[in-house]
Structures are given as structure tokens and as C-alpha cells.
Write a protein that binds this ligand. Structure first.
Ligand SMILES: *[C@@H]1O[C@H](CO)[C@@H](O)[C@H](O)[C@H]1NC(C)=O
Ligand SMILES: *[C@@H]1O[C@H](CO)[C@@H](O)[C@H](O)[C@H]1NC(C)=O
Length: 337
């Protein structure tokens, strides 16, 4: 038996197989980058559907640099401003881990003031529902102005931390528009048809896993729970080497579209990070809603709908769950943005 000094033992597994997820598989380079925002119908065809493209029917991710720079949140949201204006606002979920394992209990009712006083010095990560008052300083991207999406808004989340976060590899059932207001997020995206949801890929249903493996106690949902993104065991899960993936870095002011069911991993470097996402169901596009808005004199390329003026909670197939947005201050605010 070979003896190693004790400082060496902890790094042994890393020497054996340890590879970061960034060094595994077949990187295809950048996702598409859009310098100018298209109108809703074009966005639907090109990205939500990828009509005529390689991912037709599944959608194609796209980075929209600077798309959030005209939203009030981008220029206003310093800690001092948030504290002064929204200190008493409640956050319904603050995680107590930065590398996601889904096994620790979050705090469920903190004020923003309490969060701000601790997030730079403790391990905390807001994954709270975007409070409506903060949401008034964030807009749906103009690509969502019409088409029927405002009736199918599933959820919105305020992501905030001092950085250094890492997600699990997972997929979501909703289309996602994510905007970064401070900091940075680095994404790996695997196409939605990639054969990832398999035991051989380290994929788990946490609730089932917990029955045999206590380390999944209290974990929830489906994700690549057997894969450590910092130390990928490619011998145990060689399938990951065969997968194509695309990368995307979001900086402050950027927005991105991530189609439903695309698998993703997200990490942030150690710096203040704030982003907001909107989950919606974009399967169908209703052109009449666009015609109606245009007829009323609205410019579809403007920011018309704030997140705080929308309701959320749409669920596919659930009666009465349709959402709505009110066009609060009409054209004036929209064209000022
Ligand atoms: C993908 O990664 C490369 C190399 O780090 C980087 O230059 C490029 O900007 C990234 N792509 C996007 C869309 O962020
Ligand atoms: C936390 O750190 C960031 C810099 O990373 C700074 O901008 C912010 O004001 C700090 N917040 C508090 C409450 O100390």
C-alpha cells in the first residue's frame, strides 16, 4: 500500500478522474448572439420554434447582449437603493448553499434587508419569487409583448448572491427568458433531445433515490444528481463524453432565451450577481394579439409590460390558471425606456 501525506488524500479523487464539466464532451462553441431584438412573431419562429433549423420544434437558445440595459433595474439596483426602497420586502426563498445539491432547507420568509446584511459574508442565494414591487423595474422583453405569452406566465425568480454559485445539471419544462442586472453567469447548454435522462448518465429522480440512498434525503425533482460538475466521473458516466454542448456567458445587462427542455448547467464567478428569469409557455403564437396592440397605437418593439404588472402561476392544462399583464402607464412609460 502506498502512503500519501494527508494533505494529498483530499486531492486524490481529483487526480484520478476529476474533470470539470467544462472539459467533458464536445463543445460546439457559442450559442447564437442577437445584436438587435426581433419583433415577437419573428422571435417565435426563429428561436422558440427554430423553424427550418436543426432544432425545429424544440427551439434554439440565443444570447441578447445589452437587452436589459434600458430596464430601470439595470442602472438602479445598488444595495443602498434596494435597502432604502425595498428593505421590508419579503423573499419567499433564500438558499443556504451555493453549489446546488437540493438537500439543504432554504429560509422561507426573510426581508430583503436581512438578506442584504448577510449575503456578502454568509453562504446565501436568493431564489425567491420576484416580489411585484421590484418587478416593476424589470420588463418582459419586447419579444414577449404579444403572441399570447402574457396569459401563460408560469413563474419569475429573483436570483441574487455574492457569486460563486453552481447549479446542478437539469432541464425545465418552461421557456425561459433570463436577464442579468449585475455580475455574470456562465452557461453550458445541451440540446433537449440529448440522452441525459438515464441512470447511466447519473440522472436521478431524487424522491425515488432517497428511498435507497440517504444522501438524497429531502432532495427533489429530476437532475444529474450523481454527477459532480467539479469532478465528473467519466469512467462511471462515459456517455457525457459523447454529448455536444454550447456555451453562453451572460454579463450585466444581457438577456438570454433558453428553450424549454434544453439541459443546462449555470455557474457564476465570485462577484455580486443579480438576475431575473421569467418562465412561460411559448408553444403557440397568436398573431391577433399583436395586431390588436398595433391597432391601439403601441409600438411592439418598445418595453410595454413590467413583470410587476403581470400575474404568474400558469400551469399547462390547469383551468383558470391563465395569467395577465396590465399595461399600467400606457405609451408614455414605454417610449421613455
Ligand atoms: C463561449 O466561450 C468562448 C470562450 O470562452 C467565449 O469567447 C464566447 O464569448 C462564449 N460564448 C458566448 C455566447 O458567450
Ligand atoms: C456586497 O458586496 C458588493 C461588491 O461585491 C457591494 O457592491 C455591495 O455594496 C456589498 N453589500 C453590502 C450590504 O455590504
Amino acid at each position: 500500500m502506498v502512503l500519501f501525506p494527508s494533505w494529498c488524500l483530499s486531492s486524490l479523487p481529483l487526480l484520478a478522474t476529476g474533470r470539470s464539466i467544462w472539459s467533458v464532451g464536445k463543445p460546439q462553441g457559442s450559442v447564437e448572439v442577437l445584436e438587435e431584438l426581433p419583433l415577437p412573431e419573428e422571435f417565435f419562429k426563429k428561436y422558440i420554434q427554430d423553424k427550418g433549423g436543426e432544432f425545429e420544434g424544440y427551439g434554439k437558445p440565443v444570447l441578447m447582449p445589452k437587452a436589459a440595459t434600458r430596464m430601470p433595474a439595470f442602472s438602479k439596483w445598488s444595495d443602498a437603493y434596494l435597502l432604502e426602497n425595498y428593505g421590508d420586502t419579503r423573499l419567499d426563498q433564500v438558499e443556504t448553499e451555493k453549489k446546488e445539491t437540493r438537500t439543504k432547507y432554504p429560509h422561507e420568509d426573510w426581508t430583503l434587508k436581512k438578506f442584504l446584511s448577510k449575503y456578502n459574508t454568509s453562504v446565501l442565494y436568493s431564489t425567491a419569487t420576484t416580489p411585484p414591487n421590484l418587478g416593476r423595474e424589470v420588463y418582459l422583453l419586447p419579444v414577449m409583448n404579444c403572441g399570447g405569452y402574457s396569459r401563460k406566465l408560469a413563474a419569475t425568480v429573483l436570483w441574487m448572491s455574492s457569486g460563486g454559485t453552481k447549479s446542478v445539471i437539469h432541464q425545465d419544462g418552461q421557456d425561459n427568458i433570463h436577464c442579468q442586472f449585475d455580475g455574470q453567469k456562465d452557461w453550458i447548454l445541451w440540446e433537449s433531445s440529448a440522452p441525459i435522462r438515464k441512470t447511466e448518465m447519473g440522472w436521478v429522480w431524487a424522491e425515488n433515490e432517497a428511498e435507497q440512498d440517504p444522501s438524497f434525503k429531502d432532495a427533489y425533482g429530476q437532475y444529474a444528481g450523481r454527477l459532480d460538475v467539479d469532478n465528473v466521473d467519466v469512467e462511471a458516466y462515459p456517455g457525457w463524453e459523447k454529448l455536444r454542448w454550447w456555451n453562453m456567458t451572460m454579463k450585466a445587462g444581457d438577456c438570454a432565451f433558453i428553450p424549454r427542455h434544453w439541459f443546462h448547467f449555470v455557474q457564476s464567478p465570485p462577484m455580486r450577481s443579480i438576475s431575473i428569469h421569467v418562465w412561460f409557455h411559448g408553444e403557440k403564437f397568436d398573431p391577433r394579439s399583436c395586431e390588436a396592440l398595433t391597432a391601439k397605437g403601441f409600438d411592439l418593439s418598445n418595453f410595454l409590460l413590467s413583470i410587476g404588472d403581470c400575474t404568474f402561476g400558469y400551469e399547462h392544462g390547469k383551468k383558470g390558471s391563465a395569467t395577465k399583464c396590465k399595461m399600467s402607464k400606457k405609451k408614455a412609460v414605454a417610449s421613455e425606456l
